[in-house]
Design a protein around this ligand. Sequence first.
Ligand SMILES: [Zn+2]
Length: 67
Amino acid sequence: MPCDRSHAEQLNARRLDCEDCQASPDSGDIRTLAIGTSGTTETWHIRECPAYTVQQILGEASAQKVS
Ligand SMILES: [Zn+2]
């Protein structure tokens, strides 16, 4: 992990439950991070979550993936 910044974001991230799938770290498949003015928010989704699909299309969230 060469990136210290992502580590700090994980520490500071606040969890926000998805209104559609209401996934938790235990039940969710995908974690997304949204960086806002008040800090970083993490939201968990199941793979089939429609809200996650919309986020993917809009590009508003960065899912954990290898790019
Ligand atoms: Zn969701």
